[in-house]
Structure formats: structure tokens, C-alpha cells
Design a protein around this ligand. Structure first.
Ligand SMILES: C[S@@+](CC[C@H](N)C(=O)[O-])C[C@H]1O[C@@H](n2cnc3c(N)ncnc32)[C@H](O)[C@@H]1O
Length: 323
């Protein structure tokens, strides 16, 4: 008779790590990120949005031995997950709970002037999106929070929704969500909150759905408003602008900067900044058109569908010093 099969503890650990990596988080465009950023042994890499460490795991493997990885994230919880995942890898790993706009100060604190690769994978991680208590998703019932950084006193989505005037809400939804029905949705929110405060993600999603009252739509009616609120709460476009204004200073000669964005507002900022630096001979653009996921990746990882990846390299004109 066959013996019943028992998993050993190490089988369980291996299986759960594989399931975790496969289902919970798949780094977007990983092959392309490695191909275009080309991290080499001994190089210094900054992952400004380390998230769950998906891209960084490969950065560490490629920069082995003697490489250094500097991982930054606003979210302490996410950073702990990244640490768990990456701690066994060999290279020197430095993690910072900080904003990527502070990359310069972080490098300086480590006694470094520049990095060879600087990478951003913008937006939220699957861990944040799938959390019931972080309030990023209209598909999960949770408090209206949406903060990436959990520092007390910072703005959250509940404050925006319940305290901004109708005009301010309209502006946020129009500017950051490109929502055509921004005014109608803002007015419906104000009308609702006069009766009772809006506390949860599903409550808000219902209000938006009722305000729009149209038939079939390609995306969920709350998609644009939730994107707009997240951008407002976390000042996402301001952060990206600040980063883009300074990133050449943080790159070594031939240093590469790569950015994955997930909506046109971000991609436009990256495209324009790279083009301006190209014109002034500071960066050379490597990706004339943004790199997007192939059909296999889009199918396997629906969250990758809107990803756009742009890369540029720091050029130093002959006879000149770095900035
Ligand atoms: C899409 S996830 C990154 C996923 C990561 N590349 C991976 O493979 O696991 C984006 C991460 O960036 C972080 N983030 C967003 N804006 C940030 C900022 N201004 N500074 C630092 N981290 C930021 C978020 O908290 C989130 O964890």
C-alpha cells in the first residue's frame, strides 16, 4: 500500500514561497528592466520603489558580488516584506523608509555621490492593493485611507472625500483621474456626506456608480476617482516631478534611469523630462517609444496591462565633469 504523502516543513516553505511569488506579486516587465538597465556585478543600484522586492531580487542577483542595493519605500509594512524576501541574498542591502525624492540625501548618508542604476516602478504594490485595511481598492470593503506612508497626521482619502469643497473634489477628479463626469460625482459626494460621513471604499464606490448611472463600461466606474484620490493623498505627481528634476545629479557617468508608469499623467511627465534632458545633452534616451508588456505578460498579470517603461542614460560631454 502506498504511504500517504506528507509535506515536510521545508516543502511547505518552498511551496508557499513559490505560490507567494507567483500569485501575490509578479514584478512588471522584469526581463525588459534587466535588459535595458543592465545592472552589472559591483554596481550601485537604487530601487526607489522597492515594494515587495520583486525587481530588487533580480538587481541583487545581477550585481553580485560586491554590488550594493539601496531600496526605498514610503511604506514600512511593505519594506518589512522586502527585507524578509531579500535578506538571504549576498550583496550589501540598505533599506530606507523614505520618499524617493530624497535619493540624493540617502546616497550622501551612505558616503556615495551617485548610483549606476536608478529605478522606479510607480504606483501601489499588490500587497497594498489587496489589503482590506489600506483602502486602495474599490473591490474591497475598507476604510477610506489610501496612504502609502503610515505616518500619523498625513492626509488620507477620508479627509479628502469628507472635507474638500465640491469645487476642490471636482478639480482632483478632473486633473488626476481625467474623469469627464468630475462635477457630477463631486456634487453627489457632497450631497451624500451632508446626511452622513462617507467612511468606506464600497460606500464611495456605490455613490460614484449612482452618480454615473450609465450602462456597460470598459472599466469600473470608480476606477478614475480612486486613482485621483490616491494621487492627491500621496502627492504622487509632485513627487515624480521633484525626482525628475534632480535625477541626473544622482547618476554616475553612463548611469541608467528607468521608470515604469501606469497612467498617462505619469508617463507624460517622464517623457517630457527625458526629452528636455536629451535636448540639453544631459541624458540620452534609450527607449524612443515606451516598452510595454507582451501579450503573455498582460494575460498572466492583468495589473501589468497599462505599464509603460522608459529608460535614459547619463551622458557626460567630453572634458566636462559630472554636474
Ligand atoms: C508598484 S510598487 C513596487 C513593486 C516593486 N517593484 C516590486 O517588484 O515588488 C510601488 C511601491 O512604491 C512605493 N512608493 C510610491 N511612491 C513612493 C515614493 N514617493 N517614495 C517611496 N516609495 C514610494 C509604494 O509604497 C509601493 O510599495
Amino acid at each position: 500500500m502506498l504511504e500517504p504523502w506528507h509535506f515536510s516543513d521545508s516543502d511547505y516553505i518552498q511551496i508557499s514561497v513559490i505560490c507567494y511569488l507567483k500569485t501575490v506579486h509578479q514584478p512588471v516587465l522584469i526581463k525588459e528592466v534587466i535588459k535595458y538597465l543592465g545592472p552589472e556585478p559591483s554596481e550601485i543600484v537604487v530601487d526607489g520603489t522597492i515594494g515587495l522586492g520583486g525587481h530588487s531580487q533580480t538587481f541583487l542577483e545581477k550585481t553580485n558580488p560586491h554590488g550594493r542595493l539601496i531600496g526605498i519605500d514610503l511604506d514600512k509594512e511593505t519594506l518589512c516584506k522586502a527585507q524578509e524576501r531579500l535578506k538571504l541574498l549576498d550583496n550589501t542591502l540598505h533599506l530606507f523608509c523614505d520618499n524617493f525624492v530624497n535619493t540624493g540625501a540617502i546616497l550622501e548618508g551612505l558616503g556615495l555621490k551617485t548610483a549606476d542604476v536608478i529605478f522606479l516602478d510607480l504606483g501601489v504594490s499588490s500587497y497594498q492593493l489587496d489589503s482590506d485595511i489600506r483602502g486602495f481598492s474599490f473591490l474591497r470593503d475598507g476604510p477610506l485611507d489610501m496612504r502609502m506612508s503610515l505616518s500619523p497626521g498625513t492626509l488620507n482619502a477620508g479627509k479628502v472625500v469628507n472635507q474638500y469643497s465640491s469645487e476642490m473634489l471636482e478639480e482632483v477628479f478632473r486633473n488626476y483621474g481625467e474623469e469627464r463626469l468630475a462635477r457630477r460625482i463631486a456634487r453627489q459626494i457632497v450631497k451624500h456626506r451632508e446626511k452622513e460621513p462617507i467612511k468606506t471604499t464600497t460606500q464611495l464606490a456605490q455613490i460614484i456608480k449612482r452618480a454615473i448611472f450609465s450602462g456597460w463600461q470598459r472599466i469600473h466606474p470608480a476606477t478614475r476617482v480612486f486613482q485621483a484620490l490616491r494621487i492627491e493623498v500621496n502627492k504622487e505627481l509632485d513627487n515624480l516631478k521633484d525626482f525628475l528634476a534632480r535625477v541626473p545629479e544622482w547618476l554616475s557617468a553612463n548611469g541608467r534611469v528607468g521608470i515604469i508608469s501606469f497612467h498617462s499623467l505619469e508617463d507624460r511627465l517622464v517623457k517630457t523630462a527625458f526629452r528636455d534632458y536629451h535636448k540639453t545633452g544631459i541624458l540620452e534616451i534609450i527607449t524612443r517609444k515606451p516598452i510595454t508588456p507582451d501579450s503573455v505578460e498582460r494575460q498572466e498579470n492583468p495589473r501589468s496591462r497599462s505599464a509603460k517603461f522608459r529608460v535614459a542614460v547619463r551622458v557626460i560631454p567630453k572634458g566636462k565633469d559630472i554636474l
